[in-house]
Design a binder for this molecule. Sequence first.
Ligand code: PLP
Length: 482
Amino acid sequence: MSDRPQPVPREASGSPLGAAKAADAWEQWGPVASGILAGYARGLRDHPVGASVEPGWLLDRLPADAPAEAEDFALVLADIGELILPAMVHWQSPGFHGYFPANTSWPAALADYLAAGLAQQGMLWATSPASTELEMRMLDWVAALSGLPARFRHDDPGPGGGVIQDSASSATLVALVAARERAGGRDLLDRMVVYASTEAHSSVIKGARVAGFREAHIRSVATDDSLAMRTSALSELMAADVAAGLIPAAVVATVGTTSTMAVDPVEDIAALASTAGAWVHVDAAMAGAATICEEYRDLLAGSDAVDSWVFNPHKWWGITFDCSLMWLADRGPVLDALAITPPYLERDAAAGSVVDFRDWQVPLGRRFRSLKVWFVLRAMGADAIAAMVREHVAEGEWLAGKVAESSTWELVAPANLTLVCVRHAAGDDATRAVLESVNSSGEALLTLTEVGGRPAIRLSVGSPNTTHEDVEALWGLLQREP
Ligand code: PLP
């Protein structure tokens, strides 16, 4: 007899990880988990907005090793309250005004729960027709809701289409890899150049590094007084690079920079880039969400001439992280760069006639993210999302008005949409001191940036739970003595 381990006969009810056990467990524990979220939603205001623990607080409370035997699941869930909530930053809090928001909503959370249980791998059409086709339709829905050009849609006869990436950073990486392909492929990489403004998100430099562009060929283009890319500077850099025998491969334009929400002149950038054949990718991570409202569609200027566009509904539309929507005017260069079909992934039924989203991204496997887009749009309706966007912009404008009247605070850049950047009239130490004082109060969370080499506080509105009274309270907190 072989000395290999023999299969151990299972109980009729199967593995504890299997479906038979899961059926009872969903019914028993699903409502308990929902109860935890309901309690959290009701008590959101009871938590200090920022984390109030010291580094190592949670590590000190977690066993060093994983349990070998099952624990009582009631105790596991109880630890959410004991161990996790105290060490959380409360991103949904009405007082959350840091970074950009990362919103959630109940239909998005339920969709993620269902997606986890339904366990779809959407890498190929053949591995999940449901995930693939729902994603195609959701990207078309959102393109239409956001006023994006028809050529970005799957139901347009052209080569365009949209895909859900995990993050805007990944979308930028994919765009840069496609740009590299279109500009001649990796053999010419040493001559290729990428351009983005000095205010572009750090993910552009990271993406360019990962895509293999030489560090010396990642150009930071100067900005104007509004901190938007200066096209004359772009034009000069491109001309000098072409004269030196280099290849302008990609320009990343930002619609809504992270520091100050500045908007690069996409139309002019696209015109310049087209003369050099460079790919234009638009990073509209936060601001792109605003184009659901007709009145903010000027943010789309130039979108009909760009190669790719990304925005993050996980920031502002209540579609839980991770959900970055990326559209391509032509999927060809992305597929040329990323499609590899080893024999173990060949599926005859699918060959060539369907969308296989693993070819539109770096990883192979992919989550069923379109479910949360579908749930949120159906449960809320697009009008409710647009109404929330309008309310948040109105609060941003209210804050900007207060700063304009104030002798204590001054704007460091034009306020735009939901973001107002300020510094204290008494100087940089006062700016930092007030930030510290507000954050340590637990009543609000603010973050710092740097504008013109000096610190500035970003006042960002975007929690669906923030009311006008909360924004007034924030303004009150800013009146503290430094
Ligand atoms: N681009 C911009 C303009 C951003 O503001 C951010 C994050 O705030 C990002 C990119 C990165 O987003 P993600 O976390 O989706 O990669």
